[in-house]
Design a protein around this ligand. Structure first.
Ligand SMILES: Nc1ncnc2c1ncn2[C@@H]1O[C@H](COP(=O)(O)OP(=O)(O)OP(=O)(O)O)[C@@H](O)[C@H]1O
Ligand SMILES: [Mg+2]
Length: 445
């Protein structure tokens, strides 16, 4: 995995460490395979050259010959065994002991065979278990000290003293080196463990990144779906508040025309229907371009509400009063448009459903909130029954699947919530209706 330059460098370092360990192991394998033959050949050559000078007897020479052959056979046999059982084992310990015995006997016959016996120092780790290593090193040190002190057995007290001192020196040195080797090995092991840990962490990190990517993709899809649903709600509200409301008004006007014989009255209502159609068309165009309602294009919210209420009064013939309380502040376009649309729908509902005698619309600026109340003294309704009836699925006719209406109150609430506000409807049959919207006072920027 590559998560950046830093990680990349760490990976390269890990690979280097692993390669380094492998190369070292390979070299030791070559030494284990060929080293004993090389050292045996070297010691045989030097021992033979110095045989006369050392006064070797013919018997000793023959014994050496037999031992050399034994050593070669031993190594050949071991090279076959080691393939199936690499690393410290009982078989390895046996091979070490036999090789030591042959080396000791050869060095006894001619001290120059110590060149062969020294191999004992280099093979303890790969042949002996940790428990036997020190014993193996000491045994090899005995052979080497014997050779260094002039040959085995030592002669005389001085010879034994020299042998003893050399054995002590060899043992100390060898144990010291073995200690450092152990430390180095421990460090190597720790390094390998760190590398393994790093790999595990890298894998876990990669998994976390993969999961994160999947989660991110899922979130994107959800966000898109939420955006689509939100836009669909907005469009539904816009269609309801422009086209649907306009068409309702036009139908009402045309019904009057259809039911009257008076041409002047018919003319008046046809004109109103035409004006409503024009107005609705304009509003629909504005909502397609996501513009504020036409009434707000020239005036602030109080003025626009006042005109709306006056027009409504004129159209319906129901007395309506508009009041403002608190200090008027210029509102953010979105907030002003929300309140105007709510007022329009509430008034439309009053005209269609309430049969009211009077209507009051109040806009109040209270601290950091603006409230809009639309009250009528009409026939009222039970909001709980309505909310049960207009749950989303019940809005569809079982036969045709087209909406049956009932969007107005939900649309008003959705508009208020969109600008972090709320909407309350208080009504009871025969007790009139009060629609109250409460939104945060966000000033015009
Ligand atoms: N001022 C009111 N007086 C009496 N009843 C009302 C009033 N406002 C709403 N209602 C009742 O609540 C119902 C739901 O109103 P809502 O505005 O949600 O739908 P609608 O007006 O019937 O249809 P739409 O607004 O979708 O054209 C109305 O059908 C009506 O029965
Ligand atoms: Mg309605």
């Amino acid at each position: 995995m590559r998560t950046g330059d830093g990680d990349g460098r760490a990976d390269v370092a890990d690979n280097d460490a692993v390669t380094e360990t492998t190369t070292l192991d390979d070299r030791w394998a070559v030494f284990d395979r060929w080293g004993p033959y090389g050292l045996l050949a070297l010691s045989t050559l030097t021992a033979w050259t110095a045989a006369d000078a050392l006064g070797m007897s013919t018997g000793a020479r023959r014994a050496c010959g037999v031992l050399i052959v034994a050593a070669v056979v031993l190594e050949l046999r071991w090279n076959r065994v080691v393939r199936t059982r690499p690393g410290p084992s009982a078989a390895g310990a046996r091979h070490y002991a036999l090789r030591w015995a042959v080396g000791f006997a050869l060095t006894w016959a001619n001290p120059l065979f110590a060149f062969y016996a020294v191999i004992g120092y280099f093979s303890t780790e790969r042949l002996l278990t940790r428990r036997l290593r020190k014993a193996g090193l000491f045994a090899t040190a005995v052979t080497l000290a014997g050779s260094q002190s002039g040959g085995l057995p030592p002669s005389g007290e001085l010879g034994w003293a020299l042998f003893g001192a050399l054995l002590a020196a060899n043992t100390v040195l060898v144990l010291l080196f073995s200690h450092f080797a152990d430390l180095e090995e421990a460090r190597g092991r720790a390094r390998l463990e760190t590398i393994a840990e790093l790999e595990r962490t890298n894998t876990a990190l990669q998994q976390a990144l993969d999961e994160n990517a999947a989660l991110h993709a899922q979130l994107l899809v959800q966000a898109r779906e939420a955006g689509v649903a939100d836009e669909r709600r907005r469009l539904a509200a816009e269609i309801h508040d422009t086209l649907a409301q306009g068409l309702t008004g036009i139908i009402a006007q045309l019904q009057v025309v259809a039911n009257t014989a008076d041409p002047a009255l018919a003319r008046e209502h046809v004109d109103r229907a035409t004006a409503l159609a024009r107005h609705s068309l304009g509003e629909a165009r504005r909502s397609v371009h996501n513009l504020a309602p036409a009434a707000l294009a020239d005036d602030g919210l109080p003025k626009a509400l006042e005109k709306t209420v006056a027009e409504w009064e004129e159209r319906t013939g129901t007395p309506a009063r508009f009041t403002t309380t608190g200090t008027v502040e210029p509102l953010h376009d979105e907030v002003a448009a929300t309140l105007l649309r709510i007022a329009q729908e509430a008034l439309s509902n009053t005209a269609r459903h309430a049969r009211a005698g009077r209507v009051g619309v109040t806009l109040s600026y209270i601290g950091d909130e603006v409230t809009l109340d639309i009250r009528d003294d009409g026939r009222g309704f039970d909001p709980r029954v309505r909310s049960a009836r207009t749950l989303p699925h019940s809005r569809l006719r079982s036969s045709g699947g087209t909406p049956t209406g009932g969007f107005g109150l939900d649309g008003m609430r959705a508009r208020a919530e969109r600008v972090a506000g709320s909407l309350d409807v208080e009504s009871e049959p025969g007790q009139g209706t009060a629609v109250s919207a409460r939104v945060p006072l966000v000033r015009h920027d």
